[in-house]
Design a protein around this ligand. Structure first.
Ligand SMILES: [Zn+2]
Length: 99
């Protein structure tokens, strides 16, 4: 029971810090991230493997700026990582479950 009370206190505290607003939607990062993933044309292999599935036998990589993490490194088209759709879906699902 005391655990539940703690959670309630935590959320009411947040609500008090944002009067008149629907209390808590988490950090803004997920929205930014999902926009980045959706709009990304090219990404580095790290982001590709993190947010997508490598779907072709080989890709042409070139030096450029990753549209997801902004790193200047070797990048390829997000198309080769199934347009990062798994990452987009995962972030969307996480956002839904967070309310
Ligand atoms: Zn990256």
């Amino acid at each position: 029971m005391s655990d539940y009370d703690d959670i309630t206190d935590y959320y009411s505290l947040l609500a008090m810090q944002n009067p008149g607003k629907c209390t808590y939607h988490g950090p803004s990062e997920p929205d930014d991230l999902i926009d980045r993933l959706r709009n990304a044309y090219q990404c580095c292999s790290e982001c590709g493997n993190k947010y997508g599935v490598y779907s072709v036998g080989c890709s042409s990589f070139w030096i450029g700026k990753c549209d997801v993490c902004d790193a200047e490194t070797s990048v390829t088209e997000t198309r080769d990582y199934a347009y990062l759709i798994t990452g987009i879906r995962r972030v969307e699902a996480a956002r839904k479950s967070a309310g």
